[in-house]
Design a protein around this ligand. Sequence first.
Ligand code: HEM
Length: 255
Amino acid sequence: MKNHAISTKRTLTEYFAWDRTTRIFHWLNVLCVLALITLGLAIINAKAFGVTPEGKILLKTIHTYFGYVFVANLVWRIIWGFYGNHYAQWKSVLPFTTGYLTSLRSYLAGIHSDHPDYYIGHNPVARIMVTILFVLLSFQAVTGLVLAGTDLYLPPFGHEIKEQVTGAGEDHSKLAGVKPGSSENIDQAGYEKMRAFREPFVTIHEINFFVLIGTIFIDLLGVIFTEIREGNAIVSAMITGKKLFKSSPKDIKKP
Ligand code: HEM
């Protein structure tokens, strides 16, 4: 997609940064992550809130449905990183491209000066933070899908998990009777093997949850700092797609 620069009365110049897909991904991701965090906290504190075992299964089920939307959105964004506009592409997002370290040094050196390096896409520090965020979100997605199977027998792995805990293998007549939270139709040896398998996934899902909250908090501070310091309208750019600059940004896409 082409940049278009429009001079405004305040001698600010407007550049197009985020394409529509990236903006929709961003806000859908915010909504899903907020819902998943809230429901996750309710699951962890279910006992303290006096939630019944059936209520807890319902909470986990709703959490999982939000999880499916979250995973689909994340996968779509990962694919979009190969097809989206210049600033949405992985080569502009991940901090592994040629010249990245030089740009990071220059950005850090200029942070406290009157002439900081401006970026239409993510600045070099934001590239590190966004990469960490994508990794954490991906961990949460993969472990969550495994837990949906081991805890609730939901897709994509629920069917195989049912086969294991009933010890029925391909004899599918027994599978319909297996319900989350119930020991009916369960083969004890198969069930214990499944519990041992799921243990590390629960641990990662829970620890990663707290790391994710900390990272989101640091990211938000970074956004506020950049907005105050550079005044490029980075928050509204996720709605309008456009950022404003006092001087020429470093990452203008050359035709
Ligand atoms: C940003 C994404 C996510 C966050 C912040 C999150 C957070 C949490 C938290 C805090 C818990 C409670 C852990 C505990 O009881 O120790 C939990 C449990 C669970 N999550 Fe997620 N989750 C996310 C994504 C997903 C996804 C994508 C799925 C599935 C599609 C999923 C499925 C589950 C299930 C089934 C449980 C219950 C596990 C259990 O109690 O044994 N989660 N999640």
